[in-house]
Design a protein around this ligand. Structure first.
Ligand code: BES
Ligand code: ZN
Ligand code: ZN
Length: 501
C-alpha cells in the first residue's frame, strides 16, 4: 500500500474520498465540521442533525458532493470515533481501518484521512498505517470464487501543518509492523495440511533470507542429541517430522555495554488433535491456529529485523503436529526434557507446555537473560479473559511489568495472573519430577504457566497465553474476523525500548 503524508489543508487533497473523524454528539457548528458544512452547502449539518450519524464508534456516512473549487475531493466519508475525551491513537487505527474497508467495499482505490488527533505525529502515523493495512486482511485465500479481489492502492494522511519527517517515519514503521502482523495472521489461518512443521520451517527460512535474520532448523535427530525428549514426545504420533526453528537477530550497531539477550519463544503446534487424549470433534478445526505462538515469534522477528534495534534477539519456534497413532505418546508415559527433568505425561492434549519446556530450556542454555514465551496454551484462559486481555504470568515482576507497559503503549491489553508457589504443588507427580496437568480442573492457565516456569531456570521469564486473543470470532468495521496478530506490536516495542534505553 502506498501511504503518503500531507501537511497541507484537507481542502487541497485530491484523493477521490476525504475521510474525516466525527466525535460522538458533535455538531457541525465549529472547526472542521463547520468548514466542511460551508463547503458542502449544509449537507454535513443535515446528516448530523438528522441523526444519520451520531458519531458512535465505527458509524459511517458517505456523501457525494457537488463540484466545488474550494474542495478537491468530491466524496466525503464521515466516520464516528466515539467520545472525544476517550479518543486515542488506537482509535485512529480503527478509523483508518474502517475507512479502508469502507472504500474497498465501494471499489474506491484511495482516500485521504483527516484523523483529528493531536498526539505525537509519528505515533499517529504509525497506528494509522497499521490500522489501514491490517483492516484489509481476509480469510478467503483458499476460495476460488466470491473472493475479495478489490484492493486499496494507498491513502494520504492529512495532518495540517504537521512535521512531515515525523509523519513519514511513523508511516514507514506502521507498514513494517502491519505487514509483519499480516505475515503471522496468514500463518495462523493456514490449515494443518498446508502448514505442517516443515512448511513452517520453510517459511521461517524464506522470511529470514528476505529480512536478514539468521535461521537454523534442528531436525528430530538433532533434537534427540540435545536431549529434547519432551519436545519430541509431542510429534511422535505424527507422520510430519517436528522442526525446532531458531531465528537470530544480531544488530550491526550493538552497544557493548548491553549484555542482555531477549528470547521470544513460541508454541508451534501446526495442528492439535489432542493426541491419544483425543479432543472432541466439535470445533477441532480451530486447532489449526495452535501454532500462533510460533507464528507470533516469526512475525515479531521479521519486524525487528526491518526496524534494526541495537539489541540482539533470539527467536525460537517449537513446531510439531499432535496426532494419535501407534507411535504416539500415551497417557502415563514419562519423558525427559533437555534440562534433565522427568515429566509424567498424563494428558497428551496438554502438549503446548511439553514443546515449550525444551524451547524455554534451550533459550536459557543459549544465554538468554530475558525470556517471553507465547502460546495458545489453555482453553481456561478463554473462559477467564475472553478475547479482550491476553493472560501474562512470570517469575520476575519487573520483566512482567515491562511487557505490560509496552503493551499499554501499543494499545494491547495484558492481565496478570498469579504464580504463587502453591500452584506448583498442583504439578507434582508421584513418579516423576512433574506431571503435565494439574490436579482436577483448578487454575488451568496458571498450572500451564507453572509447568513452563520449571524450565526457565534462573532466567527472567514471562508467559503469554494468547488462546483467547489470537483469534476473533466476529468481524468489526475495521477488521475481518479471524487471526488477530496479537502481541507482535508489544514485543517489537519491548525490544525497541530496550534498544533506546
Ligand atoms: N491448544 C489447546 C488450548 C486451547 C483449547 C486453545 C481450546 C483454544 C481452545 C491446548 O493444547 C490444550 O488442549 N489444552 C488443554 C489442557 C488440559 C488438557 C490441561 C485445555 O485447555 O483443555
Ligand atoms: Zn492440546
Ligand atoms: Zn495445543
Amino acid at each position: 500500500m502506498n501511504i503518503q503524508a500531507s501537511t497541507r489543508s484537507f481542502r487541497e487533497t485530491d484523493a477521490p474520498v476525504l475521510v474525516v473523524a466525527v466525535f460522538k454528539d458533535e455538531k457541525a457548528d465549529g472547526g472542521i465540521l463547520q468548514e466542511l458544512d460551508n463547503l458542502t452547502g449544509g449537507v454535513v449539518a443535515s446528516v448530523i442533525d438528522g441523526e444519520e450519524l451520531k458519531g458512535k464508534d465505527g458509524e459511517t456516512a458517505f456523501l457525494h458532493l457537488a463540484p466545488n473549487e474550494n474542495l478537491k475531493a468530491n466524496r466525503l466519508l464521515l466516520v464516528g470515533v466515539g467520545d472525544k475525551a476517550e479518543y486515542n491513537a488506537q482509535k485512529v487505527g480503527q478509523l483508518a481501518g474502517t475507512a479502508a474497508r469502507f472504500c474497498r467495499s465501494k471499489s474506491i482505490k484511495s482516500f485521504s484521512l483527516v484523523p483529528r488527533f493531536e498526539g505525537d505525529a509519528t505515533e499517529v502515523a504509525q497506528i494509522a498505517a497499521t490500522g489501514a493495512i491490517l483492516s484489509l486482511f481476509e480469510l478467503d485465500k483458499y476460495r476460488t470464487k466470491d473472493k475479495e479481489e478489490r484492493t486499496i492502492d494507498g491513502f494520504t494522511l492529512v495532518i495540517e501543518n504537521g512535521d512531515e519527517k515525523a509523519i513519514k517515519k511513523g508511516l514507514e514503521r506502521g507498514q513494517i509492523i502491519a505487514d509483519s502482523m499480516n505475515f503471522t495472521r496468514d500463518l495462523s489461518n493456514e490449515p494443518g495440511n498446508y502448514l505442517p512443521p516443515a512448511e513452517m520451517a520453510d517459511r521461517a527460512q524464506k522470511m529470514a533470507g528476505e529480512v536478514g535474520l539468521k535461521c537454523q532448523v534442528l531436525e528430530e535427530a538433532d533434537c534427540e542429541k540435545l536431549g529434547m525428549g519432551s519436545f519430541l514426545s509431542v510429534g511422535a504420533g505424527s507422520e510430519q517430522p517436528s522442526k525446532f526453528i531458531i531465528l537470530r537477530y544480531e544488530p550491526a550497531n550493538r552497544k557493548a555495554s548491553n549484555k542482555d539477550l531477549v528470547a521470544l519463544v513460541g508454541k508451534g503446534i501446526t495442528f492439535d488433535t489432542g493426541g491419544i487424549s483425543l479432543k472432541p470433534g466439535e470445533n477441532m478445526d480451530a486447532m489449526k491456529y495452535d501454532m500462533t505462538g510460533g507464528g507470533t515469534v516469526m512475525g515479531a522477528m521479521r519486524a525487528i529485523a526491518l526496524l534494526k534495534p541495537s539489541v540482539p534477539v533470539l527467536g525460537i519456534i517449537a513446531a510439531a503436529e499432535n496426532m494419535p497413532d501407534g507411535k504416539a505418546t500415551k497417557p502415563g508415559d514419562i519423558v525427559t526434557a533437555m534440562n534433565g527433568k522427568t515429566i509424567e505425561v498424563l494428558n497428551t492434549d496438554a502438549e503446548g507446555r511439553l514443546v515449550l519446556a525444551d524451547a524455554v530450556a534451550y533459550a536459557a542454555k543459549e544465554g538468554a537473560t530475558h525470556i517471553v514465551d507465547m502460546a495458545t496454551l489453555t482453553g481456561a484462559v478463554i473462559i477467564a479473559l475472553g478475547d479482550v486481555h491476553t493472560a501474562i504470568l512470570g517469575t520476575d515482576q519487573e520483566w512482567v511489568d515491562e511487557i505490560i507497559n509496552s503493551g499499554k503503549e501499543m494499545g494491547e491489553r495484558f492481565w496478570q495472573l498469579p504464580l504463587d508457589k502453591e500452584y506448583f504443588e498442583l504439578i507434582k507427580s508421584p513418579i516423576a519430577d512433574i506431571k503435565n496437568i494439574g490436579t482436577g480442573r483448578k487454575a488451568g492457565t496458571i498450572v500451564g504457566a507453572a509447568f513452563i516456569a520449571e524450565f526457565a531456570g534462573e532466567t527472567k521469564w514471562a508467559h503469554l497465553d494468547i488462546a483467547g486473543t489470537a483469534w476473533h470470532d466476529d468481524a468489526k468495521p475495521y477488521r475481518s474476523k479471524g487471526p488477530s496478530g496479537v502481541a507482535i506490536r508489544t514485543l517489537v516495542n519491548l525490544v525497541e525500548k530496550r534498544s533506546n534505553s
